[in-house]
Structures are given as C-alpha cells and as structure tokens.
Design a binder for this molecule. Structure first.
Ligand code: GRF
Length: 199
C-alpha cells in the first residue's frame, strides 16, 4: 500500500508542522510529507522543514490582488508535489469555499480551543475572559464555515489561577503536538471517531 502524500501549510514557526513531519518520518506511517508551503517568506518553519530535507514552497499572499488568485497560485506547487491531503498547521489565511471544496474531505486544521467554543482568533484571552476551568485544542476537518468542520480530536488542559493568555498558550501548544500526529494517522486509516487526550 503506497503512503498517502501530505502537504503541510504554515504561516509561522511551524512547531505543529515539525510534530507531524517527525511522526511521518516513521517508515511505517501510512502517509509521508511531500511539501511544506507557506504564505509568508519569513516563516521560521520553512528552514526547519528544509533541515529535515522536506521540499518547501512560498506563495506570498501579499503578492496577489485577492484570495482566489492567491489560492490558484498555491495549487501549482501542491499539484507538483502530488499532495493528496492538506494539513493546516498554524496557517493563518482564511480559505475560500472554492479552495475548500476542491480539497473537501482531504484537509485538516488544528485550532487552539475546545471547539465549538472560541472559533477564530485570540482563543486564550477569550477563554480566560469567560472564566473557563479548562481549555485545549481541536483537530477538525476543514469546511467552508470557519473552525467548525467535523471534530477529529481534542486535547484538554486545566486553566490555572493567575494564568495569562501566554501562559495558557504555552500549556496548550505541547498538547497540540501530542494530538495532531495520532489524529492524522487515524484519518489516513479512515478512522473518524474523535480522539480525546487529557493533560
Ligand atoms: C498554534 O497554537 C496553532 O494552533 C495556531 O498557531 C499557533 C502556532 O502554531 N494556529 P505553529 O507553531 O506555527 O505550528
């Protein structure tokens, strides 16, 4: 059985990308990373991917007049790489319904909250403002409704007294790195029942 080809889309440091790529370095993994693509030329994750010998590409969204032309430009390196699945890992561009439909059922995202709570930005500050006792992250399939596709896995951490958004982010990020790899393995194997991880 040939391994499925996965492209990882990033915008920043790429710590989730690294967690996925390291797991896919296992020859027994049902998938392999074929490309790391960023919309930002200064994304730190590009160098980390290159160090692992992973092909990289940059499609700078600021060079395009609109989302559709930016996404059309992304399709070229994605096609060339042979990507069959996309993993959004700290990718901070909202995608159009057209692009999402082109990858329907083949695109995952990680979001730093326990969805459906706190879709969108500033999840840690909003969690604290709401007085929550727990927080976490979610891996979900990407659909045209932002941060609301079928849930594939969630990890939970406690909110501690005196937490700041940064302290909470620092507690959630390692759980993201623990959650995303096994969820991708399950997804490629056809498993859709959500995985739960407790801190
Ligand atoms: C992570 O919390 C991710 O969930 C969010 O951006 C943060 C940085 O991710 N979208 P990474 O280190 O770039 O993977």
């Amino acid at each position: 059985m040939s391994r499925r080809k996965v492209a990882i889309l990033i915008s920043g440091g790429g710590s989730n990308m690294l967690a996925l790529a390291r797991d896919m370095a296992d020859p027994g993994h049902p998938a392999e990373v074929c490309l790391v693509l960023s919309n930002r030329p200064d994304a730190g994750g590009l160098a980390r991917a290159a160090e692992m010998g992973i092909p990289t590409a940059v499609v700078d969204h600021r060079s395009y007049p609109d989302r559709a032309s930016f996404e059309a430009a992304m399709m070229a390196p994605l096609r060339e790489s042979g990507a069959e699945l996309l993993c959004l890992a700290g990718f901070m561009r909202v995608l159009t319904p057209g692009f999402i439909e082109a990858w329907a059922g083949r695109m995952l995202n990680i979001h730093p909250s326990i969805l459906p709570l706190f879709p969108g930005l500033h999840t840690h500050a909003r969690c604290l403002a709401a007085g929550m006792a727990v927080h976490g992250c979610t891996v979900h399939e990407v659909t045209p409704d932002l941060d609301s596709g079928p849930i594939l896995g969630q990890a939970v951490v406690p909110v501690e007294a005196g937490d700041t958004p940064d302290a909470l982010a620092a507690r959630v990020l390692p759980m993201e790195h623990r959650l995303y790899p096994p969820v991708l393995r399950r997804f490629v194997a056809g498993e859709r029942a959500p995985l739960a991880l407790l801190a």
